[in-house]
Design a protein around this ligand. Structure first.
Ligand code: BEZ
Length: 306
């Protein structure tokens, strides 16, 4: 007999309740079959999972190891269930999570065109961080996420759509705004650096800070703020400077000057995340449309697949 998910569920309940009677009650089964199932599991594993005679029931060292993995497997099974439910709905809806900075890039055009070409699909938009997007994908709240952080999760497939250049936002009248055409990071360390978002981490803030650290540079002072709009507002107020994605150039303000950053690695990726193995038509059409826009606008990219 190989053990099954049911055995894991029973074992985790007993481990958490530290008592067979209470665990059996919560599982709505009688105690003797529960004890039998745990015994079967121990036989199958060839190891004792609970200390014999302990009150309350305690896990052996092997039991603790197995518990950590059993919990992980059960939560993965729950995620698969939620994700499959979502995929199975004959959904002509597409729910998209995005980080605010992508709104200054191609996102508005993508949404406009998608609505125009696939008007029977109900598009829903949710502003959320990359970390929130991963959770929302697994819970079936969104179907696609657009973010900037490379978050590892075996249930989520990510495609780097393109690498976007980073630029510097300076307040009007700043000495660096007047001189050279492009700036390097070294020339920025004497200013207060405004980074965003402050939480959750890792975030775009860490991409900017790593760019300095990778060159063994330390900005004079770092101000962490909640979001892009606040960073831009504070730059306009002369509180400091900010490093932002190139698409911010489109957000013209007469109190801010944008300067190119002359650094080889000064890029921030735009990443599309979907549930692993979700190849629904709505998502395929969305990805094709994005690449079509890149082709039309001659935006460099490396094509990825679902
Ligand atoms: C882009 O600017 O390339 C982009 C932004 C949001 C979603 C997809 C692409």
């Amino acid at each position: 007999m190989a053990f099954e998910l049911r055995h894991l569920k029973y074992f985790v309940m007993v481990a958490e309740e530290k008592n067979f009677t209470r665990a059996a009650e919560r599982l709505f089964i009688a105690q003797p079959p529960l004890s039998r199932q745990i015994k079967q599991l121990e036989d199958e594993l060839g190891a004792e999972l609970f200390e014999r005679g302990s009150r309350p029931l305690a896990l052996t060292e092997t039991g603790k190891f197995f518990y950590a993995h059993a919990q992980q497997l059960l939560s993965q099974a729950a995620e698969i269930k939620a994700m499959t439910k979502r995929v199975s709905q004959i959904h002509r809806t597409l729910s998209i999570g995005y980080v605010a900075s992508t709104l200054y890039g191609k996102l508005p055009k993508i949404i406009r065109l998608y609505r125009h070409e696939y008007n029977s699909v109900d598009l829903q938009l949710h502003e959320m961080t990359t970390v929130e997007q991963i959770k929302a994908l697994k819970e079936g709240v969104i179907d696609v996420g657009f973010g900037r952080i490379k978050h590892e999760d075996q249930n989520v497939h990510r495609i780097v759509l393109r690498d976007e250049r980073l630029i510097v936002a300076l307040p009007i009248g700043h000495p660096l705004a007047e001189n050279s055409d492009s700036l390097d990071l070294k020339s920025l360390i004497h200013d207060k650096l405004i980074v965003f978002p402050k939480a959750p981490r890792p975030s775009f803030a860490d991409q900017v800070l790593s760019a300095f650290h990778d060159r063994a540079l330390t900005p004079k002072k770092i101000i962490e703020v909640r979001e892009l709009q606040i960073a831009i507002g504070l730059v306009a107020a002369g509180e400091g400077i900010a490093i932002v994605p190139n698409s911010l150039i489109g957000m013209k303000r007469d109190d801010i000057i944008y300067k190119d950053l002359n650094e080889r690695h000064a890029y921030s990726p735009i990443i599309m995340s979907v549930r692993a193995m979700d190849q629904s038509e709505e998502i395929r059409n969305l990805l094709d449309l994005i690449y079509r826009i890149y082709d039309e606008e001659q935006i460099p990219y490396v094509r990825g697949t679902l």
